[in-house]
Structure formats: structure tokens, C-alpha cells
Ligand binder design. Structure first.
Ligand SMILES: Cc1cc2nc3c(=O)[nH]c(=O)nc-3n(C[C@H](O)[C@H](O)[C@H](O)COP(=O)(O)OP(=O)(O)OC[C@H]3O[C@@H](n4cnc5c(N)ncnc54)[C@H](O)[C@@H]3O)c2cc1C
Length: 412
């Protein structure tokens, strides 16, 4: 039965939920304090990688942390003053690195991510932007055989879940991507992977089509949720209350506070990442490249060559740290000897990250009229459309095509 559904958040996840709910005939209103796609969905690497089924927390990873933290060019940084408040998150992260959990979480991730191209296809086709999704695969590069061998567990996890890839030597890598420096000795070319040529235009296009099809997007800052006996009845916003019948919370990194308001404790950290984008790089790539040691992607976007990634834990409210963008710039110059670094722009975004690397997608454990779609961490683009489709199944009372229990909100 059609309902009035309010989606809180116009990022890639919220807009995919809204578009799929609208396809089911619901009257959908999206509310966001900013324009669609200008939160974390703005500046990511745009990778659509069904292969990304290896959780962050795996055996051996925790022991690499001290080395990463000591290295000023390393892929992980922590603002030490923030550490005590993220302790529960970190303890859950450590628990998630046990092998049994890793295997189960990898299965749950793969089931979701493998749907990405199929779930995006109707949305980008309807919006007239099918060309925004490209599927050339991508290459993970290593500077030594031993670095490649130290990732053996990750490649085993992927292979066992049907991910197809070819292992390349140095000349093999440069045959595919001549702009790459000769420092790379090993590459893994993962075949059925893709990317979007502009993450912002993707969200804007889905949002524009949603409005053309009768959906509403309200520009408001949501301050609180008003509760009745059976659940939320209104959103308190800067422009007055908005009544709600059915609510989807897709507010990215800010979702934790709304879940807490509804009595559900989630472990969600702002995992900050950066990008540097080169407007006239003077080099060309045929597909994205992933630096295994630097933990960043280089993507040939329509707006320039974007180098995006790394991790910084510093809480929700601290300003961006320009040194972290500088790290990406240094890596990019080393990776591409002929790179023209100017002009360029920099950006920081906050990944909504759970400690087990799985999103929260599902019904509230407390209220029948609340659904959650957040916590997508590194995977909000690749998992956005599959999550939106799952939410529409759950709101409609249909049985989803995959088991959604691993993504439930009350697992923490
Ligand atoms: C450097 C970097 C690289 C990345 N690369 C990739 C990649 O290659 N592939 C991939 O799949 N993922 C990638 N990600 C992750 C991806 O960007 C995120 O998972 C995704 O953008 C999260 O989308 P979202 O819709 O949940 O959140 P957001 O895009 O942040 O949207 C949430 C929205 O909620 C709104 N909101 C929040 N609170 C309120 C409020 N109180 N009132 C009104 N509105 C509110 C915000 O304004 C915002 O628009 C990357 C992230 C980073 C930082």
C-alpha cells in the first residue's frame, strides 16, 4: 500500500532509497540541509567495486597499525585527543577481525555489492545518464612482491567469493597504464569493476529525475525527531515541524544521533578521507588505480584526475587537516612522474563507518515506521543503489533478494 515516506539525507544512499521508494508508488519527500550530493557523496573516488568484500578489520591488520601511525605519509592517522571517545568502536573493530567474523562479514558484503550494476542501471537510465557508469575494471598496484604476498589473505577472501582477477608483473602493469611509475612490481587487475565519472553528478541526476517524477526535496536542517506512542510523528526542523508517517534515516555520518534519539545504540565513526583533484594532469588513465600501500584510488573523473582515500579518525567536528591532503599529493607525484599538479583542488569527507564494515540497512528494532540506511563507510557509492532497493523491499513488506540480518541496527 502506498505510504508517505520521508527520507532524511540526500546523499547517494538517501537518493537511491528515495528513487526506489518512488518506483513503488510511495509519495516520497527527501529532507536535507544542503543540496543533494554535497555531503560525503561529493568527493569520493567513485569506485563501483563488487570486489570490495574484504572488511577493514582482518587478522594481521591491527599489527600493521603502529607502523602506519608512525609514518607521516602513512594511510592512517588519529587525532589522539579523540581516541578515548572511540574506544567502544575500536574494541568492536578488534573483535570483528576474528577470522570467523571476517568470513561471515565478507559473505554479507559480497551479497550486497555484487548487485551494484544491476541496481544502478534503472536509476541512471531513467535519469538519462547511463554513461556515468563505466566498467573498465581497476588495477591494484604493489611496489614489491613481498607487499603483494602480505595481502594474500585479502585475495584469498575475494577469490573464494567469485571475484575474478589477473596478476600482472611490472611491464604488464605499464602496458595497460603507461603513465604509472616503474616503481610498481606487481599489479592485480580486477575485471568486473567500475566507477562513476562524477559522484556529484550521479546524485544530482538521480535527484533531478526524482523531482521530475513528482518527488519533493525540502531544504531543512533537522534538529530532532518528535515521538508519539508508536514512533516518530514529526521532524523538528529549522523551518518548523514536518509531519512524518514513515521515516528512512539516511543522514550519513550524522545518522548515529538520530538512531540514538530513537533508542538504538549504533557504533558509527567519522572516518575522514581526503581527495586532491588535478584539473589538467597532463597524463591519461584508462581505468582507476588503487595503491595498496597508500590506501587510495586514482580515478579518471570527468572533472579531472582525482586521488582519493586514506583514513583519519578525528571525530565529527574538527576542521580538515591540510597535511592529510598533502600526503595524497606526494603519493600522486611519486606514482605518476609526468603529472602536472596545478591547478588542483582539495577536499575532506567523512565516511560513516561501522567497526564491522557492514552498513546498517533495515527496519528499526523499536518502531514499525522507521528504517535505516547508513553506515556505508568506504562503500556508499557501490552499495548505495543496492541499499535503496533493499529499503524499498522492506518498506513494501516484500522479502528482499538477500538475507538482510547481517545489516541489522541492533547488532552492536
Ligand atoms: C576520500 C573518500 C573516498 C571514497 N571513495 C569511495 C568509493 O570509491 N566508492 C564508494 O562506494 N564509496 C567511497 N567513499 C565512501 C562514500 O563516499 C560514502 O560511503 C557515501 O558518500 C555515504 O553516503 P551517504 O548518503 O550515507 O552520506 P552523505 O553523502 O554524507 O549524505 C548524508 C546527507 O545527510 C544530510 N544531513 C545530515 N544531517 C542532517 C540534518 N540534521 N538535517 C538535514 N540534513 C542532514 C547531509 O547534509 C548529507 O547531504 C569514499 C569516501 C571518502 C571520504
Amino acid at each position: 500500500m502506498p505510504r508517505n515516506v520521508t527520507v532524511l539525507g540526500a546523499g547517494i544512499v538517501g537518493m537511491c532509497c528515495a528513487a526506489y521508494l518512488q518506483r513503488d508508488g510511495h509519495a516520497v519527500t527527501v529532507v536535507d540541509r544542503g543540496p543533494p550530493g554535497e555531503g560525503t557523496s561529493f568527493g569520493n573516488a567513485g569506485i563501483l567495486s563488487p570486489a570490495s568484500c574484504v572488511p577493514m578489520a582482518i587478522p594481521g591488520m591491527i599489527s600493521k597499525m603502529p607502523g602506519w601511525l608512525m609514518d607521516p605519509l602513512g594511510p592512517v592517522a588519529v587525532r589522539w585527543a579523540h581516541l578515548p571517545s572511540m574506544l567502544p568502536w575500536f574494541l568492536h573493530f578488534r573483535k570483528s577481525a576474528r577470522m570467523q567474523r571476517v568470513e561471515a562479514n565478507a559473505d554479507a558484503l559480497r551479497r550486497l555489492l555484487v548487485q551494484t550494476f544491476d541496481a544502478y542501471a534503472p536509476l541512471v537510465k531513467a535519469a538519462g545518464v547511463a554513461e556515468i557508469v563505466q566498467r573498465p575494471g581497476y588495477i591494484v598496484v604493489y611496489e614489491s612482491d613481498s607487499a603483494f604476498e602480505s595481502d594474500a589473505l585479502s585475495w584469498r577472501i575475494r577469490r573464494e567469493r567469485g571475484v575474478e582477477f589477473d596478476v600482472l608483473d611490472g611491464p604488464g602493469i605499464r602496458k595497460l597504464e603507461p603513465a604509472l611509475s616503474p616503481i610498481y612490481q606487481r599489479g592485480v587487475y580486477i575485471l568486473d569493476q567500475g566507477y562513476v565519472t562524477s559522484p556529484l553528478r550521479l546524485v544530482q541526476s538521480i535527484a533531478a529525475q526524482f523531482e521530475r517524477d513528482g518527488g519533493k526535496i525540502e531544504r531543512r536542517d533537522v534538529r530532532d525527531i518528535e515521538l508519539g506512542a508508536d514512533g516518530p510523528i514529526a521532524l523538528a526542523t529549522d523551518a518548523g515541524p514536518m509531519s512524518v508517517e514513515c521515516l528512512v534515516i539516511a543522514a550519513g555520518v550524522h545518522s548515529g544521533r538520530f538512531a540514538a534519539r530513537l533508542g538504538e545504540r549504533v557504533l558509527l565513526e567519522a572516518e575522514r578521507g581526503y581527495h586532491v583533484q588535478f584539473e589538467a594532469p597532463g597524463i591519461a588513465l584508462s581505468r582507476p588505480i588503487n595503491s595498496a600501500s597508500g590506501k587510495f584510488f586514482v580515478t579518471p573523473m570527468e572533472t579531472g584526475l582525482r586521488v582519493a582515500g586514506t583514513t583519519e579518525f578525528a571525530g565529527l567536528d574538527r576542521p580538515a587537516n591540510p597535511r592529510r591532503a598533502q600526503v595524497l599529493l606526494e603519493h600522486a607525484k611519486r606514482m605518476f612522474p609526468d603529472l602536472s599538479p596545478d591547478p588542483r583542488s582539495e577536499w575532506m569527507g567523512q565516511r560513516p563507518s561501522t567497526p564491522d564494515y557492514l552498513p546498517v540497512v533495515g527496519a528499526s528494532s523499536r518502531y514499525g515506521n522507521v528504517f535505516y540506511a547508513f553506515g556505508h563507510g568506504h562503500l556508499g557509492v557501490v552499495a548505495g543503489a543496492p541499499s535503496g532497493r533493499l529499503i524499498s523491499d522492506l518498506v513494501a513488506g516484500r522479502t528482499p533478494n538477500i538475507d538482510v540480518r547481517p545489516y541489522r541496527v541492533d547488532r552492536f
